[in-house]
Design a protein around this ligand. Structure first.
Ligand code: NAD
Ligand code: UGA
Length: 375
């Protein structure tokens, strides 16, 4: 492989939440050239002038257009996907196509052109815990199944009619395809299973720069910024481990740099110390919001339970718990997460307030009176 090719990375989905942070770090901290691909450059406008970035507004499903890009690169980092749970129960065909059918040809192209592939899967491939899947199970009598290990934990997904799992199934099958291409054709790969990364530039605020229902952090920020109710799906009893995007990018950079140690590996990237129920997440975010926006200090924020059927429609099931075992990546690359939940939340919320604070400014009492007088 030519030196030029080895020194060039194709970043598919570079305009998204993770992609934009990864792009920034690669440009700032390495000498790599980047061929960035996305349908939109809105979140990376600040980087478009950088000399070592060539951005293409392109659909990664257009393999004929993608192939020459891949053949100019030594490494492909594959992030492009539909990965928003509201879509899993509303447009499952798009979700299956985006996460398997139309991304599978890229795996073939990487294999045929001798490209290294770093592929972003998801913690959702683990599905539900044994305890969560056995109605009324007494956790004392069910083996510990919430600590999710890349090589030991079974993948436990819900029935076909629970369409929420179409994303996890598509991601799982693509993992199996990548593994098979490594096994039969010698494709060099690393598979990443992210656990709820959070940070600035995540998702969107409905009605401002996107439509539909974003992931939980943006949902809760939407409610805080607009002073509407935070809604807890099924009471917010399910749990997640949230990972600061800065910690996550550190891990991916190690995967990029430590090629041999990452070869043919699957790595969880997450922070087991940052587990919280969604209900407790809402409380923490309300407290932090009051701290970050003193004018909201006296405000009472409402929190209300909703059923998953009301919120997501038919076919939703949830992951009850997802605690990443991180021994594999610690042992191979020496990475351990460092940023606690409150600091990760603070950084993400500051990003939302910077981006949307003025756009969502509530018409305060005084200003409303002036408007009334002048109308
Ligand atoms: P995101 O939605 O912010 O970014 C995805 C990007 O891919 C978007 O910019 C989108 O425009 C682009 N994209 C989608 N389809 C495309 C196509 N056909 N052609 C070109 N571009 C396309 O999502 P994210 O949170 O940055 O996630 C990135 C990857 O990581 C996804 O594969 C996702 O499944 C995975 N992941 C993310 C998390 C997380 O915590 N954010 C957790 C688990 C897995
Ligand atoms: C997400 C998405 O599937 C993917 O981005 C990613 O693959 C996966 O995280 C991951 O980290 O691997 P999930 O965590 O279920 O999955 O998505 P969120 O929308 O962030 O929901 C988290 C929890 O909050 C769920 O229990 C959901 O029901 C709940 N929720 C969400 C609420 O209670 N209220 C809301 O307004 C939104």
């Amino acid at each position: 492989m030519s030196d030029d090719r080895t020194a060039t990375i194709a970043l598919l989905g570079c305009g998204g939440f993770i992609g934009s942070h990864l792009l920034e770090r690669i440009l700032d901290a390495t000498d790599y050239r980047v061929e960035g691909i996305d349908l939109s450059s809105r979140k990376i406008a600040a980087f478009l002038g950088r000399k070592r970035l060539t951005f293409h507004t392109m659909n990664v499903h257009d393999v004929a257009a993608m192939r020459p890009v891949i053949e100019r690169c030594g490494t492909v980092i594959s992030l492009a996907a539909l990965c928003n749970p509201y879509l899993y129960t509303h447009t499952p065909i798009d979700v299956i196509e985006s996460n398997f059918v139309k991304i599978y040809p890229l795996v073939q192209a990487c294999s045929e052109s001798g490209c290294r592939l770093i592929h972003f899967s998801t913690s959702e491939v683990y599905g539900r815990t044994l305890t969560g899947a056995i109605d009324g199970a007494d956790p004392r009598h069910v083996p510990v199944s919430h600590l999710l290990d890349e090589t030991a934990t079974p993948l436990l997904l819900g029935p076909i009619a629970a369409q929420r799992w179409c994303y996890a199934s598509a991601k799982q099958l693509l993992e199996r395809a990548v593994f098979a291409y490594g096994f039969e054709r010698g494709l060099e790969y690393t598979i990443v299973r992210p656990f709820n990364f959070i940070g600035p530039r995540m998702d969107f605020i409905p009605g401002i720069d996107g439509e539909g229902v974003p992931r939980v952090l943006a949902c809760f920020m939407d409610a805080l910024l607009h002073d509407t109710s935070i809604r807890l799906v099924d009471g917010g009893t399910n749990r997640r481990c949230f990972t600061a995007i800065r910690d996550a990018v550190d891990a991916v950079m190690l995967i990029l740099e430590r090629r041999h140690a990452s070869r043919q590996r699957i790595f969880n990237i997450g922070n087991p110390a940052n587990e919280t129920t969604i209900a407790a997440l809402a409380s923490r975010m309300i407290d932090l919001y009051r701290e970050l926006r003193p004018e909201a200090a006296g405000r009472n924020f409402s929190v209300e339970p909703v059923t998953s059927r009301e919120f997501y429609g038919e076919g939703y099931e949830d992951s009850d718990r997802r605690v990443p075992a991180v021994g594999a990546i610690a042992g191979a690359l020496g990475w351990t997460p460092k940023i606690g939940l409150v600091d990760a939340l603070r950084s993400a919320m500051e990003g939302f307030i910077r981006e949307y604070g003025m756009k969502c400014r509530k018409v305060t009492g005084a200003f409303r009176d002036i408007v009334r007088e002048t109308v």
